[in-house]
Design a protein around this ligand. Structure first.
Ligand code: ATP
Ligand code: MG
Length: 394
């Protein structure tokens, strides 16, 4: 029976002197995630891996599902602990476990053995040969391939014996929290939740800002964004969501500026506000879900015009993705169904029939001069009166 999990990591392994920082973060993220599962677990760093030992009964599928959401994990190997480590018993348990994991399908394998109990009567090479022979005798679908085995079989003899086979692929990436913090501009669309997920995968801790425009956008539209943040938090961990009331600013721009420039001007103010909150929250960058050419506000010229108001780097992880490719990820991370719920978005309400697609930055700046009288005050008010929602995974 599986009683433990060996977690292998990939990229962390190459981190030289700082490696322990990444390992500790991964251990902590694994512990935090397992806290929400049924059962008790001990999580420890061990020789370049994380070792999870169940200390009570637990739900195997729930644990595998939980671990599949922790960035930094390359492989998850369910481990069988064998109390009676006489060799014949170890082989029996090993084959039982392999039958369960691998079924009837033909596969090639190689055995790897490690013996830290130096009093054990067999040495590692002998364990490999004998265990290999036992597998061949008991699994007609097994074949040895010492150069390119499909399945690596591990036998470790310690105070107890540990047997496991090459595990299931983890989500990859870096442990969340090892790459600093960033502010995600999160709308109710398909793209920005995917953008947030992708940055979290690289170890970035996410905060989010959502601009709503009541009464033009509803409470339900806001709830949709909270729901999306919650789905992303399944991977990214807790997300502080800043909800900014954008109505007055939007109406003011609508009133004073040419309507074909509305979208870009609005986006420039969104970026400015997001950056101010980001600085206050010690974020190092902004993240958006923009993709080149997707809409008028995402041409190269438009992106340059929104970028121009930011001093922080703006990361756009889906910039070169087709919509279909973004949707594929949205489906994988379970945000798609929520994203396509039809609720109004604050950008679409004031959108012009023929928005500029090649905005000129100088022209934008001169349009913004028309807002001089009140805009700073409005921006300050919107930031000061924002609502902050702590969104936690379920
Ligand atoms: P998405 O699917 O993410 O909504 P989109 O294709 O609808 O993107 P736009 O509406 O042009 O594209 O928005 C581009 C990006 O600007 C979004 O990905 C998001 O990062 C940000 N954004 C747009 N509207 C809002 C909003 N109301 N609140 C916060 N961020 C927003
Ligand atoms: Mg949108």
């Amino acid at each position: 029976m599986v009683q433990a999990f060996l977690i292998k990591y990939a990229e962390i392994g190459i981190k030289g002197k700082n490696r322990y920082i990444f390992e500790n973060a991964l251990r902590d993220r694994v512990s935090e995630r397992l806290m929400r599962c049924e059962g008790q677990f001990r999580v420890e760093k061990e020789q370049g891996r994380i070792y999870v030992q169940a200390e009570s009964s637990f739900d195997y599928d729930e644990v595998m599902e939980a671990l599949s959401h922790v960035f930094g994990i390359a492989h998850i190997c369910p481990v069988v602990l064998v109390e009676d480590k006489t060799f014949s018993n170890v082989c029996r348990e090993l084959v039982a476990h392999m039958k369960e994991e691998l079924g009837e399908k033909p596969f090639t394998f190689k055995v790897f053995a490690k013996r830290s109990d130096k009093k054990y009567p067999m040495e590692s090479p002998e364990i490999c040969v004998e265990a290999g022979a036992y597998i061949l005798d008991h699994m007609p679908n097994a074949k040895v391939d010492v150069h390119h085995p499909e399945v690596s079989v591990y036998v470790e003899i310690r105070h107890r014996a540990y047997v496991y086979v090459s595990g299931i692929k983890g989500p990859g990436g870096m442990p969340v929290g090892t790459s600093g913090r960033a502010m995600l501009l999160l709308s109710g669309g398909i793209d920005s939740p995917v953008a947030g997920y992708m940055m979290a995968k690289r170890g970035v801790q996410i905060e989010a800002v959502y601009f709503h425009a009541p009464p033009y956008t509803s409470e339900r539209a806001k709830q949709k964004v909270v729901d999306l943040a919650r789905l992303v938090s399944e991977y990214a961990g807790e997300i502080k969501l800043h909800v900014v009331n954008f109505t007055d600013i939007q109406l003011y721009i609508y009133d004073k500026c040419p309507h074909d420039e509305l979208t870009i001007l609005m986006r420039r103010y969104m970026m400015r506000i997001a950056e101010t909150i980001a600085k206050e929250r010690d974020c190092l960058s902004l993240i958006t879900g923009e993709s080149v050419g997707q809409v008028a506000s995402q041409t190269m010229q438009s992106l340059a015009a929104t970028d121009a108001v930011c001093t922080m780097p703006v990361f756009r992880p889906v910039i070169a993705f087709d919509k279909n490719e973004i949707i594929e990820i949205a489906e994988k991370i379970n945000t798609f169904e929520t994203s396509i719920q039809p609720f109004e978005d604050c950008c679409t309400i004031f959108v012009a029939k023929h928005p500029v697609t090649k905005p000129d930055i100088q022209k934008m700046e001169s349009s913004e001069k028309k807002l001089m009288e009140k805009i700073d005050e409005m921006v300050e008010k919107a930031i000061a009166e924002r609502e902050v929602i702590e969104v936690k995974p379920e």
